[in-house]
Design a binder for this molecule. Structure first.
Ligand code: ME8
Length: 540
C-alpha cells in the first residue's frame, strides 16, 4: 500500500549565505526522505527560499541591487550547498515565483471567504530580524527584541487582520486529537500554554513597503511575509487546488500519509499556531507533525553577525566529505536538543567511530582475510552450522535493524546511529573473539567461511541501515562487498530483515579504505585549514 510521505525544511531567508544551522535542518530532512524511499514509500522532499519581506528589501538596498536581482544572486549558494551535501530534494521553492504568488492569493481568498479577514488600524512593535510583531511583554528593557537584541520598530498603519482569536479553541482541539502534532513533547507543552492564554488577531498585511505578494483586490497592501512564507509548503505542490488539478498536491498534501515539517525551535510558533490556524480557516488539511529541533552553537559560541562566525558547510565538505559531515550532524546532538558543533569532536568521531569502528571492520575482513584466504569471494555458509557467537551477532543485527527503523520513523537520528554503532562494535568484537586469522592459519576452512560470511552479511545490513545518513559511503561499501548500489524503488521495502541476502561466490572488491585514519599531523593541518586554533581552543 502506498504511503506518501512529505518532508520539508524551513525556507531560508536569502539575506545571508547558508551556514551549518541551515545545513542541519536540510540534512535531517534528506535523511528522512532517503529512509522513507528505502522503505518503498512515495516521498517528496521540499526545501527552498524565503525571498520577500522588509529584511530582504533592506539587504538588497544595502547591496544597491533591485530586490529581485539580489534574491536571484543569493539563491545560487543555497542550491549548491545542498548539492554538495547530497541533499536530494525533489522541489526547491522560491517565494518570488509566479506560482507561489498565485497560491498565496488563493489561500488569502479562502480565508477571506470564510469571513476571517478584516481591515483595521494597527499599532504595535515589530522586529525586522524576526519579521514578527511583538507584545511589550516579549521585549527586553530599552525596547529590544529578546532574540536579536536589536531595537524593535513602532509600526502604525492600516492593515488586514486575520481572526486568529477565533482559532484558540479549534487549535486546542486539534492538539488534543493529535498528541504527536509537535515534537519534542516539551516544546508541544510550550505551544499549548501559549495558545491557552488566548490568541490575539494577527496583522497579515503591510503598506509601508512593497517587496511581497500584493493583496488580492487591494494592491496597496502586501501580504505579511510569514503568511506568504508558510504557504510555500502547499504552493510547491501546486496547491491549494481542487482535486485532480494538481497531482503532487493531491498525493503529498491532501492524501499524504504523513506530512512532516522540520523546523528550528526559533520558528515553532509560526508553524504550530499560525500555520494550522490559516489552514483550518482555509478548509485545507493540517500537516501531521511539526518537528522542532534544537539550536547549534559553533565551538561553544553562538553564531552571529557581530561575531562573524557563521560556519559555511562548504569547507567542511571539502575537508571531510559530505557523508562524514552528515554523519557528525546527525550523531553529535540528540535531535530536539540544543548542542554544539565542534571541529574537534567531529575529528574525534571520525577517527573513533568511522575509521576505527566501521572502516576497521571493513578492512580487517574484506581487504585482509577474505582477499588473502578466500580468493576474494563471498564464501558459502549454511545456517545449520551456526555457533553461538554467530547466532548472537545475527540476533544483534536483527534487533539493531528493527530498533534503528523505529528511531528513524521518529526522527531520533542520534538513537538510530547509536543502535547501529552497537552492531558495528558487536561485529568488531565478534572478529576479535572468533579470530579468523587464526582459523586461516589452522586451515579451519569451514569455520573461517562461516565467520567471514557472518561479517560480510553484517556489512551488507549496515550498508542499508546507514544509507539514509551516508549514501555515498554506503554504496562504496557495497561495491567492496560485491553488491550493486542501492536503488530505492517505490513499493519495494529494502530495509534488512531476512538474514542471508549476500550471495556466495560473488567477488568482493577491496579498495581504498572507506575512512582512512587521520594522524596527528593531518588533523592539525585540517584544523588549520578550517581556521580552528590550537587544541582545546574550541572547548570554551
Ligand atoms: O526563519 N542551529 O529563515 P532562516 C540550528 N524564512 N538550526 C538553525 C540555526 C542554528 N544555529 N540557525 C538556523 C526563517 N537554523 C524563515 C522560515 S519557513 C516557512 C520560513 C535553521 O533563514 C533552523 O531550521 O532564519 C531555523 O528554524 C532556520 O534555519 C531559520 O532560517
Amino acid at each position: 500500500m502506498a504511503r506518501p510521505y512529505y518532508v520539508t525544511t524551513p525556507i531560508y531567508y536569502v539575506n545571508d549565505r547558508p551556514h551549518i544551522g541551515h545545513a542541519y535542518s536540510t540534512v535531517a530532512a534528506d535523511v528522512v526522505s532517503r529512509y522513507q524511499r528505502l522503505r518503498g514509500n512515495p516521498t517528496y522532499f521540499l526545501t527552498g527560499l524565503d525571498e520577500h519581506g522588509l529584511k530582504i528589501e533592506r539587504r538588497a538596498r544595502e547591496e544597491q541591487l533591485a530586490p529581485q536581482d539580489f534574491v536571484d544572486r543569493m539563491a545560487a549558494p543555497f542550491r549548491s550547498a545542498w548539492e554538495e551535501l547530497d541533499c536530494a530534494h525533489d522541489g526547491f521553492i522560491r517565494t518570488t515565483s509566479a506560482e507561489h504568488r498565485q497560491s498565496v492569493q488563493a489561500i488569502w481568498k479562502m480565508m477571506k471567504d470564510r469571513g476571517d479577514i478584516y481591515l483595521d488600524d494597527y499599532e504595535d512593535w515589530y522586529c525586522v530580524g524576526c519579521e514578527s510583531f511583538k507584545t511589550v511583554k516579549e521585549l527586553l528593557e530599552g525596547n529590544l527584541c529578546a532574540i536579536h537584541r536589536t531595537p524593535v520598530e513602532r509600526i502604525k498603519e492600516r492593515s488586514y487582520f486575520f481572526r486568529l482569536s477565533n482559532y484558540t479553541k479549534p487549535l486546542l482541539n486539534h492538539y488534543e486529537a493529535h498528541p504527536d502534532f509537535v515534537q519534542p513533547d516539551a516544546r508541544f507543552n510550550e505551544v499549548k500554554s501559549f495558545v491557552k492564554e488566548g490568541l490575539r488577531d494577527l496583522s497579515i498585511s503591510r503598506t509601508s513597503f512593497r517587496w511581497g505578494v500584493p493583496v488580492l483586490d487591494d494592491e496597496e497592501h502586501v501580504v505579511y511575509v510569514w503568511l506568504d512564507a508558510l504557504t510555500n509548503y502547499v504552493s510547491a505542490l501546486g496547491g491549494p487546488a481542487p482535486e485532480g488539478e494538481a497531482p503532487l498536491y493531491d498525493e503529498f498534501w491532501t492524501s499524504a500519509q504523513t506530512i512532516t515539517h522540520i523546523v528550528g525551535k526559533d520558528i515553532l510558533r509560526f508553524h504550530a499556531v499560525y500555520w494550522p490556524a490559516f489552514l483550518l480557516s482555509a478548509g485545507v488539511r493540517v500537516p501531521s507533525q511539526i518537528w522542532a529541533h534544537g539550536w547549534l552553537t559553533v565551538n561553544g559560541e553562538k553564531m552571529s553577525k557581530s561575531l562573524g562566525n557563521f560556519l559555511p558547510p562548504g569547507p567542511l565538505v571539502e575537508a571531510f566529505g559530505a557523508d562524514v559531515l552528515r554523519y557528525y550532524l546527525m550523531r553529535e546532538v540528540g535531535f530536539g536538543q540544543d548542542g554544539d558543533f565542534s571541529h574537534r569532536n567531529l575529528m574525534a568521531r571520525y577517527n573513533g567511530e568511522l575509521a576505527n569502528g566501521l572502516g576497521n571492520l571493513m578492512n580487517r575482513i574484506v581487504a585482509s582475510i577474505v582477499k588473502r584466504n578466500l580468493d576474494g569471494r563471498v564464501p558459502s555458509a549454511g545456517l545449520d552450522d551456526l555457533e553461538d557467537a554467530d547466532r548472537d551477532l545475527i540476533d544483534t543485527a536483527k534487533a539493531a535493524a528493527h530498533e534503528a527503523a523505529q528511531h528513524l520513523e521518529a526522527l531520533a537520528f542520534h538513537r538510530a546511529l547509536d543502535t547501529t554503532w552497537e552492531l558495528v562494535s558487536a561485529a568488531n568484537k565478534y572478529v576479535d573473539s572468533t579470530e579468523p586469522w587464526r582459523l586461516a592459519k589452522q586451515g579451519a576452512k569451514q569455520r573461517l567461511e562461516q565467520v567471514c560470511y557472518t561479517v560480510l552479511e553484517t556489512l551488507r545490513w549496515l550498508s542499508i541501515m546507514l544509507f539514509p545518513v551516508m549514501p555515498n559511503k554506503c554504496n562504496e561499501l557495497r561495491g567492496q562487498i560485491g553488491m550493486p548500489p542501492l536503488l530505492p524503488t517505490e513499493g519495494v521495502d529494502l530495509w534488512p530483515s531476512a538474514w542471508g541476502g549476500l550471495r556466495p561466490g560473488i567477488e568482493t572488491r577491496a579498495a581504498t579504505p572507506l575512512f582512512p585514519r587521520f594522524d596527528e599531523a593531518q588533523e592539525r593541518s585540517i584544523l588549520e585549514r578550517l581556521a580552528v586554533d590550537s587544541p582545546g581552543s574550541d572547548a570554551k
